[in-house]
Every structure is written in structure tokens, then in C-alpha cells.
Design a protein around this ligand. Structure first.
Ligand SMILES: NC(=O)c1ccc[n+]([C@@H]2O[C@H](COP(=O)([O-])OP(=O)(O)OC[C@H]3O[C@@H](n4cnc5c(N)ncnc54)[C@H](O)[C@@H]3O)[C@@H](O)[C@H]2O)c1
Ligand SMILES: O=C(O)C(=O)C[C@@H](O)[C@H](O)[C@H](O)COP(=O)(O)O
Ligand SMILES: [Zn+2]
Length: 362
């Protein structure tokens, strides 16, 4: 299969997403094509490095780069300041200077942390995303949101910092555990539910093929997802307006992740629950029909994702919601369905009422 290119158009910060199957060993040439020089620090983890670091190292060395590996412990619970310091330690140990760069090799946790390290080390060095989970291939590697969690809230510390390129090799998904794969489908549903009704239809019709990891269906889904995200990011890089739509399902999803200590749910699972609740809230306010709401829930269920909010008292949900980045003194900006394939953003002040609609009380 020939690799496909999708442009993220951001003036001098523009870059391409290269999407293919079996193209991981293109990384060295790609780094040359985008003008990178010096040492490459590959930031990865103890699961992904044994699988894919060797291919990356050989490709980089063939292209004439010096390569070092910074391998981190694996998991969302490590997306924190202590692990970020391990990256800085690795970069300092390898004497990385301003003429060097980072390759983020892994899922969204690695991409977010390595991206933030790139944004802050020596006040900024270039980086390239090499996403290896479905979720990171369709969402987190694109758009430049980087950062770490805080015990009291998701992604509370970070920066907008764009990569120089994104290299997606869907063949890496062959080794991805099933639950992680399904989690990625959660973010794919998001694009269809609020930005592209035709894509939502596609997902409904092709759910079985996607679950079977049919390469053609996957490539279609990934390329459409990246194209939708690239367009939104190009319109609003720093989430002053339309980009907030990419947070559909995330308000309650992030609250669920925080309340469960980043251990019980994968990100895409929490977002799936959040989307079901967002559709419920949208139907309550008359922005979508019962049939639309049912379609969102049915697709999420068909993709093997959870739909129910875990039980915590409303006050705990309220505390978690208060750290949402879309909160202002005028209330919380909540992303609703406007039917299927379109959205509306509502400033909600009564979060207790919002929780009641979702069946959460004290
Ligand atoms: N920056 C953004 O725009 C953005 C968007 C969405 C999500 N995120 C963040 O992304 C994170 C979730 O990312 P994720 O779902 O990729 O999780 P993850 O990075 O934790 O990866 C999931 C698991 O799969 C393993 N893995 C990765 N690639 C593999 C492969 N090819 N084969 C076998 N195992 C593999 C990882 O080691 C990990 O155990 C969350 O922290 C979320 O907040 C960020
Ligand atoms: O790229 C974006 O914008 C997104 O919101 C994508 C989300 O899927 C992602 O989970 C993001 O990290 C959430 O951002 P946050 O600003 O709410 O932390
Ligand atoms: Zn997300």
C-alpha cells in the first residue's frame, strides 16, 4: 500500500501526517526530508521499545543519525511530573543540545509526555510523533496538545507544541492488545458523532470489519479521522473556539479518569462513557432526538466500549468537573450533539443539574 499524506496547515508550523502500512522503517528518511539534524532521542516505554525501537534505530542510523533511547515505565499512571523528569534526565545524560530532536515512539501517553519534554527542554527542540496505538494514530499524535496529568485533573500541565511530522504505521497495531484497540475506536466515534455524519454511518456499517482489524477499513477510518482533526486544528490551533469540539465526551470522561485515579478506565473508554452521557444531555435539552442518542449509544456498545458512569457522589464529580479546562466564571462549555454529525457548544452553569440528567446525585 502506498503511504498517504495529510497536511496539518499551520503556516510556519505546518507538517504532514504520513499514513501507511509497514512504513516504520521510513523514519530516518522522513527526518531528513523535514530537515532534522543532530542526535535523535527516542522516547518510548518498556512495552513498545522492545517491539519497535530496533526498526527505528536502524532506519535512523542508515540515515546518518546518532540515536539514544530513553525508555520509561508504561502506563497512564506514569503520565506525571516524576516521569517527565526521567525524560529530562535521559536528555541531559545524552548531552542533547539545541541541534538535536526527539522521536516519540508509543501511544498517547508517550506522545503527550515526549511532546511536552520537547516543548520545554532547552526551551524547545523539534520532535516527531511515531504513534503506535490506534488512539494515538487517530487523535493524540496530531494537533500539538502535549502534557501530563495532575492527581486532581487530567492534562492540567502542558503546552501547545506541534511536531515536525507524524509517521503512522498501521502495521504496529498488529501487536496492540484488544482493550487498547477498542479504546482507540472510542475517539474515532467522536469525529463521526459531532463532525461528520457520513463518517458515523460508515462506522455503523463497518463496525464488524473494524473490530476484526480489517486493514482497509482501519486505514479508511484512520485517514478520515486524521483529516477531520487536521482541519479543526488548522482552524483553531489553541482551542480559542471550534477546537473545543474535539473535547466531546471528555468533560465527563476526564472526570471519570480522575475520580478513578487513572487506573480503572482507559482514556477511550472514559470518553465513550462521556459521549453516551453527552448524547443523553443533548437529547434532554432537545438538541438531538431520542433516535440520535440511541445511535450514539448503540455504536459505542457495538464497539465493545462501556456506557455507564461509575458511581461516585455528585460532589466528587463536581470537584473533578471544576478542573475542566473549559470552565470560566460564566460556566462550563459543554459540547453537545446537534443531531448526528454536528455539534453545539453550551455554557452550562448548573453542573448539579447536568449530573442529575446523567443520574448522578448525592
Ligand atoms: N494530545 C492529544 O491530543 C490527545 C488526544 C487523545 C488522547 N490523549 C492522551 O493519550 C493517552 C492515551 O493514549 P493511548 O490510548 O495510546 O494509551 P497508552 O499510550 O497508554 O498506550 C496504551 C498501551 O498500549 C501499549 N502499546 C502502545 N503501542 C503498542 C503496540 N503497537 N503494540 C503493543 N502495545 C502497545 C502501551 O505501552 C500501553 O501499555 C491519554 O493520556 C490521553 O489523555 C492525548
Ligand atoms: O486535540 C484536542 O483538542 C483534543 O481535545 C483531543 C482529545 O481527544 C484529547 O484527549 C485531549 O488531550 C484533551 O485535551 P484537554 O485539553 O481537554 O486536556
Ligand atoms: Zn481524548
Amino acid at each position: 500500500m502506498k503511504a498517504e499524506q495529510i497536511r496539518v496547515a499551520l503556516d510556519e508550523r505546518s507538517y504532514d501526517i504520513e499514513l501507511g502500512a509497514g512504513n516504520l522503517d521510513r523514519i530516518g528518511s522522513l527526518c531528513r526530508e523535514v530537515g532534522l539534524s543532530g542526535t535523535a532521542a527516542v522516547v518510548s516505554n518498556t512495552t513498545v521499545a522492545p517491539l519497535y525501537y530496533e526498526t527505528v534505530r536502524l532506519s535512523m542510523e542508515r540515515a546518518g543519525y546518532r540515536v539514544v533511547l530513553v525508555s520509561l515505565p508504561d502506563g497512564e499512571t506514569y503520565k506525571n511530573s516524576a516521569t517527565l523528569n526521567l525524560i529530562y534526565d535521559g536528555l541531559v545524560d545524552a548531552s542533547l543540545d539545541r541541534g538535536s530532536f526527539i522521536l516519540a515512539l508509543g501511544g498517547g501517553v508517550i506522545g503527550d509526555m515526549a511532546g511536552f519534554a520537547a516543548a520545554s527542554y532547552l526551551r524547545g527542540i523539534p520532535f516527531v510523533q511515531i504513534p503506535t496505538t490506534l488512539l494515538s494514530q487517530v487523535d493524540s499524535s496530531v494537533g500539538g496538545k502535549t502534557g501530563i496529568n495532575h492527581p486532581r485533573g487530567k492534562n492540567l500541565i502542558g503546552a501547545f507544541y506541534q511536531p515536525k511530522a507524524v509517521l503512522i504505521d498501521v502495521a504496529t497495531l498488529d501487536t496492540l492488545p484488544e482493550r487498547e484497540f477498542l479504546s482507540g475506536l472510542g475517539e474515532i466515534v467522536k469525529y463521526g458523532a459531532v463532525l461528520d455524519g457520513g463518517f458515523f454511518d460508515f462506522l455503523e456499517k463497518n463496525a464488524a470489519l473494524l473490530l476484526a482489524r480489517d486493514k482497509e477499513a482501519l486505514i479508511q477510518a484512520a485517514s478520515r479521522s486524521c483529516a477531520i482533526k487536521a482541519k479543526v486544528v488548522a482552524e483553531d490551533e489553541r482551542e480559542g473556539g471550534v477546537r473545543a469540539v474535539l473535547n466531546y465526551g471528555h468533560t465527563l470522561g476526564h472526570a471519570v479518569e480522575t475520580l478513578t485515579g487513572y487506573t480503572r478506565y482507559l482514556h477511550g473508554e472514559a470518553v465513550a462513557i462521556g459521549m453516551v452521557q453527552a448524547a443523553r444531555i443533548s437529547q434532554h435539552y432537545g438538541f438531538c432526538s431520542q433516535a440520535d442518542r440511541d445511535r450514539v449509544e448503540a455504536l459505542i456498545q457495538a464497539l465493545g466500549l462501556p456506557t455507564e458512569l461509575p458511581s461516585f457522589p455528585a460532589r466528587q464529580y463536581l470537584e473533578a468537573l471544576s478542573h475542566d479546562k473549559k470552565v470560566r466564571d460564566k460556566g462550563l462549555l459543554f459540547i453537545c450533539n446537534q443531531g448526528i454529525g454536528a455539534y453545539r457548544m453550551e455554557r452550562l452553569t448548573d453542573l448539579g443539574a447536568l449530573l442529575e440528567i446523567c443520574g448522578i446525585g448525592d
